[in-house]
Ligand binder design. Sequence first.
Ligand SMILES: C[S@@+](CC[C@H](N)C(=O)[O-])C[C@H]1O[C@@H](n2cnc3c(N)ncnc32)[C@H](O)[C@@H]1O
Length: 543
Amino acid sequence: MKIDDEEEEELMQQLRFKPTELLLREEYKESIKVYSNFISLSKNHLPKITSKSENPDRFNKLQKTLCLALSNRADAKSKIRHYAESLEDCNAALEIENTHFKTLVCKGKILLHLNQYANASNCFQSALHDNEPIQNSDFEMINGFLDRCKKLEYQSRTGVFDLSDWVLNGFSKDQNPDLAEFIGPVEIKKSEVSGRGLFTTKNIEAGSLLFVTKAVATDRGIFLPECGEDSKMVMWKDFVDKIVDVATKCRKTCDLICRLSTGEEEEVLQVPDISVFRPDNDDFLLTEYMKPDVAKILNILDVNSLTEEDGFSSKVLGKNSNYYGVGLWILASFINHSCEPNARRLHIGDHLMVHASRDIKAGEEIFFAYFDVLTPLNKRIEMSKTWGFHCECNRCRFERDMFNRNQGLTEIEILLECGSDIGNVIVRLEEGMKRWMVKAEKREKGYLRASFWRIFTEAYQSEKSMQRWGRRIPPAEVVGESVAEAVGSDERVLKMVVDGLRRNGVIGGVVEMEKEMKLGRSVYGKVIKKRKAMKALLELCIR
Ligand SMILES: C[S@@+](CC[C@H](N)C(=O)[O-])C[C@H]1O[C@@H](n2cnc3c(N)ncnc32)[C@H](O)[C@@H]1O
């Protein structure tokens, strides 16, 4: 339908207020539609005003209205997480009026959300200084954002994070600590294990932070055993929908997800430069937009999604034991598995903090445990099969070799299966390790103790076992420490060592306290800076 200029202007008048109403009612999609109508009519109308009436006042007025409409549409788009499109609208509005307050605030908030702290800060600075005088409430709001940008930019640049206050305040559930993204001394390279892997670029001490990254999406729930697997399937579907939604809306995320492994033909996969994962990297804008291939994304999620159960333990966080969370963290998806891992992850809100759980030398590959590694070899073989690979780490090779070379280990397993006294089995194992020349310095003792972890914990927790066998089995802290050295520690290992040290009656001894703190740092990372906070975690862990 052709409409004349007067009708067009009347229509614009009607459209001017309608979308604002919709925006206030939080009907974002509808308001975007009406704003889009208004914007195209305005763009159509602008040249006519200049050429026909030569009326600069009207022209300026319409320009201002167009700028506001673009800014409001940007706001609506950001509310439904169409960040890339929202930024385009912000830039178009700023081209009309480069100090437009509302647009600068909207753009700043989006950039902050996208972890581009310095760029976000520039927007807020400009909103503050190019728009004087400014209302008190706006002044406070902008300064709040500027403080956040400054804090996050510092974290992101230096890797200095401190979760102590959050721990000391009882892990305040509604207020997770404000965390930036950070990439430490790591790079992606071809791995001897499979495909690509993440490697250190310098020597790293246990507890040091390797990187902090925010999830593409997560999903969480409490699943009572009586609900069965169906409710978990519903959650999984919801999670997949969230990922596809983000990939559809954000070209960069889609591009990054598509670089992940589907578990097939990993050898031909490209090795991306680590800079690609920095939030301010815009190279992806040059790549052609690919519509997300949902079937491929499903395979990628199967191979790369992480569950949250291994984060700050449910026990420490006081979470319901039926709690279950799943998420996709892109940089973490380049980490391969080993049964002697050297890195641990903490899940805090949607952020994943990854730190070294043992000292790592420059150039070594970083490994996670994809499944519980305090389990025997046959169980681990089963678990790695479900992941679609066969683990060839030092520990698996050593244990396979031990089983092949002598009957001793097989006999011990048979004793266990026949329900022999666990204290007796431990004594047989410890004596066997001496005969088989298992070397502590090569971490071999720790490997085997980690594989027989269950019986060690049961024995130390049983007064009867300890009375009968206590003198012939090594102290809990010795076993715990050798396991920590060999396969890295977790809260169970920490508990065994701390319980053992305290059972000896040396509470508060300087050497023992330092041992506990050191182990605590390898489990929780150096992000717990205050001693008081680490002590609080240790107490929670052994409770
Ligand atoms: C999260 S990805 C790890 C990064 C992957 N190697 C890549 O190139 O993108 C998980 C996949 O890596 C491979 N993988 C991880 N650990 C492995 C291991 N210890 N041995 C063999 N393959 C492994 C498996 O194909 C697994 O499905």
